[in-house]
Write a protein that binds this ligand. Structure first.
Ligand SMILES: [Zn+2]
Length: 447
């Protein structure tokens, strides 16, 4: 119900997306700055082909029989302050609802639902996020009342920097907090993320489990810009220019004003199947279409395009779309309208995973073994232990840095006794590590 309230009462789309204050933007990964699509691709140029730009596609997994998605590890940490007395994320006073104050926990059920929704959308990039680490709830009033600048009333230290102490290496850390810079109610910034290459984390307020801002921040994390990237903020209904889009930092792009969408490879967000976007932040279109006469005239009608299910990726229930107002990376203020990525955005997301986020991997066996069975003690002369995973869609590895799997596609694994690489020397005391990994896992943590 809370999400319905938010969708109905013009929620803030707010995505802070603050420019980095550190060196996080200085190095490069090519997927972030590459262009995607075919120059001059536009809503009418591909009639009969469902408007899917032929230049954009996604890779399949190495073992389709074990699933069609690359498994990408995440870790969720929820910061809490049970003594909090201020407003909370269910306070809709500013959004057409009632007031609410005091600490209200974010439920596991809401987080579970959000992850399922996330995966339904990212299915079209052949990606699936899973919790590699046990979900954490941390009583930390300082980080619950999040300040990403030194004005933090708790200790005068930037919480964005402080939170790094909670990071899990090579996993996407998602931090849920009560509010950002003192704003805890229904309005204001919902979260922010950094473009790659950068620290593997992003921030959400509890309210980020509503709407699609969660999917939106993942988009930034994988290098997507807003669809209004580097356009001057103009109210399409009044034509009044506003402030510059903060997303222009640090790279600027010219705006595409060609009604045929030519120049899309070098302008705007450099993604050809997202049309030039004037930034819809200043207007709310509850029917999810651009119903007013375009003022000023827009290069391409944002209602045009095609939404298709099962054509770009036949295995996904959620659609892909080239309708600008449906795009998750836009700023249409009605969150219920932002439901899809375009095929070329999905192409870029997957490229960024492999090109810019290639360090991601999961070193925690919790998802493969029943608790406590991943470690076995044996005495000299004992036979090798038998490890049993909960699926046969795994590869088994020895300790070597490189090398092929010792066994694949089997539920049980017993190391070979011996002194060679990948073998268990049961006559020499010590700790021997073997690695198990989903056959479609993204990344490899062996060192
Ligand atoms: Zn954003």
């Amino acid at each position: 119900m809370n999400e319905a309230i938010q969708n109905g009462f013009v929620p803030p789309v707010g995505c802070g997306f603050t420019p980095s204050t550190s060196s996080q933007f200085k190095s490069a990964c090519t997927a972030r700055t590459d262009s995607y699509g075919t120059d001059c691709f536009n809503p009418t140029s591909a009639a009969g082909t469902n408007n899917i730009d032929p230049a954009c596609s996604v890779m399949s997994t190495p073992v389709p029989a074990c699933g069609t998605t690359f498994k990408v590890p995440i870790a969720i940490t929820v910061f809490e302050d049970p003594a909090w007395a201020g407003s909370n994320y269910l306070d809709f006073t500013n959004c057409g609802g009632g007031s609410s104050s005091g600490f209200v926990p974010l439920t596991d059920a809401d987080i579970d639902t959000k992850i399922a929704e996330l995966n339904a959308v990212y299915c079209n990039a052949n990606m699936e996020f899973y919790e590699c680490k046990t979900r954490q709830r941390v009583n930390d009033p300082d980080l619950y009342n999040w300040f990403d600048d030194p004005s933090d009333p708790e200790n005068g230290i930037n919480d964005d920097d402080e939170s790094a102490a909670y990071d899990n290496a090579n996993v996407i850390d998602i931090y849920f907090v009560g509010g950002i810079n003192g704003d805890h109610d229904c309005a204001g910034t919902t979260g922010y993320a950094r473009l790659p290459p950068s620290r593997d984390y992003f921030l959400m307020v509890y309210r980020g489990t509503f709407g699609t801002t969660f999917e939106h921040e993942f988009g930034h994390y994988f290098g997507l810009a807003h669809t209004h990237y580097n356009t001057v903020l103009i109210n399409p209904q009044t034509g009044n220019p506003g402030v510059d889009n903060p997303d222009t930092n640090p790279v600027t792009q010219p705006e595409n004003t060609d009604p045929s969408n030519c120049g899309c490879l070098t302008t705007d967000d450099r993604i050809c199947d997202t049309w030039p976007d004037p930034n819809f932040a200043a207007v709310a279109m509850s029917n999810c279409s651009f119903s007013s006469p375009p003022q000023p005239a827009l290069p391409i009608n944002p209602n045009l395009g095609t939404q298709t299910t099962g054509v770009f990726n036949p295995l996904c229930a959620e659609p892909v779309s080239t309708v600008l107002l449906s795009n998750i990376m836009g700023y249409n203020q009605f969150q219920g309208c932002r439901t899809t990525f375009s095929p070329c955005q999905l192409n870029k997301i997957q490229d960024a995973l492999f090109n810019c986020r290639s360090n991601l991997c999961c070193d925690d066996p919790i998802q493969y073994f029943a608790a406590g069975t991943e470690s076995v003690e044996i005495c000299a002369g004992d036979p090798a232990p038998i490890f049993t995973a909960n699926t046969d869609c795994v590869d088994w590895y020895g300790q070597a840095i490189a090398g092929t799997a010792l066994a694949s596609g089997v539920t049980t694994f017993a190391p070979t006794i011996g002194t060679g690489i990948g073998q268990l020397d049961n006559m020499t005391a010590g700790s021997y590590s073997f690695y198990v990994q989903d056959r479609n896992a993204f990344g490899d943590c062996r060192t």
